[in-house]
Ligand binder design. Structure first.
Ligand code: GLY
Length: 439
């Protein structure tokens, strides 16, 4: 079977690695720069993944049977609509179904209209004065969200990136005046307090198959300090739960995803692909923070190496609408992202890094390349995340130690968070959650 993987990063590298385990699969890929990991196992074309006519032409010319879409931007632009029209089956939602990520007002209204649990108090505004009055009258801290996509940089929270309500109101005005993310509108939500976690699911339009729960680490520096990044690393546990999250809350979160998929189907048609639910476990149970119409990055790298079920068979069943249970190894994983110094601010791009893949693999660690570019057999950084290292173990602690050891085999002007997956940090999460739950 010929498949096309669209996207350039570590998430797409992980998708390609999962796909290549199927011996009958040949991978084509479209990427915006040469990811050495994807390049090694695919017939690739360097082109923008957002150039929908070009991607469609490439798929048709190469007679690909199925396309798997990695990032959200081409989904918003209708890549799936275009490929389906050209006769190419797709694992990824149409632009209408992808609104669950690309239109935050649509998402919140869906929760309200279909009475889905895990909702937050929210309002949508296109008038900065009215939004400001709401912020002033609201008794809790708020979160300000542009309605559309902002590459993870748009959401700001009072008490974190926004000092106070005055800063929140200025930010609202900026969003509306500049039509940030393409909309002259904003979503204001109550700020949820607790521990964040990610539940990802395969979705065939009707049925869902959940994956092990993962916790990402968005802050740049150890101890959850510094600016927000795309994610500095993540971990998952042997039982598919997390040390601070039990089965009851996991099942509740999966139930929220099931109801959401049902509601999307009724509103705009079937959602097919991967669905990422970012939740906050609060003292009132799980609250849905946001959805992504794709795999998480880094969360994809925690779950895909654990797949027991053939990934290509799962993708076919998503297309055919007959998805059944998906099995995973009962092992723990730790993923650590290696990023250029200066990231997520001003990292100097085009720096050579040396990655000793042989030593890393000998140390039972997987390498997933992200925003790097291969030229003349050298690997150059960009200003974004460079590569993810993933280790698997019988415990989170074991996986963490293996992963940390492997970081020494990457040389360059880079850094990573040493504390991701450490017992110390996990105990802190458990303590925080126990305090909130009054345990
Ligand atoms: N883990 C963050 C994201 O995938 O957007």
């Amino acid at each position: 079977m010929k498949i096309l993987v669209v996207g350039t990063g570590a998430r797409e590298h992980a998708i390609c690695q999962a796909a290549i385990k199927d011996e009958e699969t040949k991978i084509y890929s479209i990427m915006s720069n040469q990811n050495p990991g994807i390049a090694k196992i695919s017939d690739f074309k360097i082109a923008s993944e957002n150039d929908i006519p070009r991607v469609t032409k490439f798929a048709v010319e190469n007679k690909v049977d199925m396309a798997i879409i990695g990032p959200e931007a081409p989904l918003e632009k209708g890549i799936v609509n275009s490929l389906l029209e050209a006769g190419v089956d797709c694992v990824g939602p149409t632009m209408e179904a992808a609104k669950i990520e690309t239109d935050k007002a649509f998402m919140r209204n869906l929760f309200r209209d279909y009475k889905i649990r895990g909702e937050l108090i929210y309002r949508v505004f296109d008038d900065a004065q009215e939004a400001g009055d709401f912020i002033d009258d609201f008794s809790k801290d708020v979160v300000v969200k542009p309605i559309g996509l902002t590459g993870g940089k748009g959401v700001k929270i009072v008490g974190e990136q926004l000092k106070d309500n005055e800063e929140a109101k200025s930010y609202v005005k900026e969003i509306i005046d500049t039509k940030m993310s393409g909309y002259a509108g904003v979503v204001i939500e109550e700020r949820a307090v607790g521990e964040e976690f990610t539940v990802q699911a395969f979705v065939d339009g009707k049925n869902i198959a959940p994956m092990p729960v993962v916790q990402d680490h968005p802050y740049a520096f150890e101890g959850d300090q510094g600016p927000i990044t795309g994610g500095m690393g993540s971990y998952s546990d042997t039982d598919g739960l997390l040390p601070f999250l039990d089965e009851k809350y996991r099942d509740e979160s999966v139930g929220i995803i099931e109801k959401t998929v049902e509601a999307i189907n009724k509103e705009v048609g079937p959602y097919k692909g991967f669905l990422y639910g970012q939740f906050m476990l609060t003292n009132e149970g799980p609250k849905l923070i946001e959805y992504n119409a794709r795999f998480g990055d880094p969360e994809a790298m925690n779950v895909l190496p654990l797949l027991q079920t053939n990934f290509i068979d799962i993708c076919k069943s998503i297309v055919d609408g007959n998805l059944k249970g998906v099995e995973f190894d009962t092992l723990a994983t730790v993923c650590k992202y290696i990023v250029p110094q200066g990231y997520p601010g001003k990292a100097i791009p085009n720096q050579v890094i040396n990655v000793d893949e042989e030593k890393i693999n000998e140390n039972n660690t997987l390498v997933y390349y992200a925003a790097v570019n291969q030229k003349d057999n050298k690997i150059y950084t960009s200003s974004s995340r460079a590569l993810a290292l993933v280790s698997v173990g019988d415990t989170i602690s074991e996986a963490e130690q293996i992963c940390e050891t492997s970081t020494q085999f990457v040389d360059g002007d880079v850094y990573h968070r040493r504390d991701v997956g450490t017992s110390e940090l996990i105990e802190k999460r458990v303590k925080h959650m126990n305090e909130l739950l009054g345990k």
